[in-house]
Design a protein around this ligand. Sequence first.
Ligand code: SAM
Length: 440
Amino acid sequence: MLEYPAAFLQRIAEQLGGEYPAFMAALAQPSRGAVRLNPLRPQGEAALEGELGDPVPWEPWGRYAAPGFKPGEHLAHFAGAFYSQEASAMAPARVLSPRPGERVLDLCAAPGGKSGQLAAMLEGRGALVSNEPDFRRAQILRGNLEKLGAAAAAVVCALPQQLAQRWPAYFDAVLVDAPCSGEGMFRRDPQARAEWSPQRAAGCARRQREILAQAAAMVRPGGRLVYSTCTFNPQENRENVAWLLERFPDFQAGSFALPGVGASQDGCLELWPHRIAGEGHFVALLLRRGGERADWAAPAAPAPEAKRALALLKGALPGAWHAPFAQWDLSLRGEILTAQPRELPRLEGVRTLSAGLALAQVGKGWVKPLHALAMAAPPGSLERVQAVDREQALTFLKGETLVTAQEGWTLVTWQDLPLGWGKGVAGTLKNHLPKGLLRR
Ligand code: SAM
């Protein structure tokens, strides 16, 4: 039997009453792994055949993993076909459900499970800003979004108050998946159990209010805010929601239901491990009263040098170029050609790790497509592709060359999933995977 803090158990017994024995019995069971399939890679499900179990009831792209599934070692993971995500953690983004075209902010975003889900829901239209104040974690977030091909996104590293000053009432939808006391993860995470104390949980509640106040300021009138934690602690959950509604009278509780979980009450819904197959989570939906969003800014005409760079890139990568990013604003900064959705806010003065899709590095008369483009190009959009088997894929991921019949920049794929760029020269496909991604 795992050790749980006595003060935690006492409070849970008060919260749950007659359900307490069922809760304790659930904690004695192993937790179930799950993955969220990436809808940008519809071919990915076939690559995972036999390794996934039942669907997650509240997330159409969610599947429980078969016992023994090792997500990190899978080639389909490298190719961004899925993201390993605890089932309950799929609920908050589903409640926010951004629609294509919306402006979305994920304020506490690393490592990026929910950001990846939000970006997929946008289908490349609108824009997601993913923020993480811890720089090392923000780098992981950037890498995860790149892997998933989430191009209509910017990754920034800032404290919420810095962003709220710059972007008041800018977003249609804001997610605050707040740092919390982690009670819902106790079954999986012995460190969360060891670090827990009532004082620490109270400290989390205070910090969450600070974050929530800034988040509320960035929701446009008529927009929505989802607040989530992975704790059962009412101070951090319902009491913080009540605090926000009192402090910001232009917000009201929204109502929603999640299949297999149930309906919200006063805008809030708890996911309990004895009622569902998932860990503990809390989700609240808050709606800002008011009107419609102002119209979009007019698209900026691309500078001639950016247009020339794009022409060079299209020449090097023949294909259909029908992806949403082909319509975005182009910019050439130094040697880097980027396409940015125009729904992104102004990023000047904000520490930015990526903004839109970095397409290519361009010099005088030469062009080198960047890895992010390999991961964001829609399946079937490029003409020059080298399909490899598992053994060749593992060779490629080590940074080695392959034999090829292709000349020029070529997308290397395994089971129709993108792995990265190679360049065919006289029968040899040179490896252009970024060094940081090589598997030794
Ligand atoms: N949403 C993430 C996901 O789905 O992968 C998990 C987020 S985790 C629960 C909370 C994150 O908030 C951590 O990465 C933490 O570094 C970050 N954080 C800590 N303090 C913060 C603050 N004051 N404002 C915003 N984020 C903060």
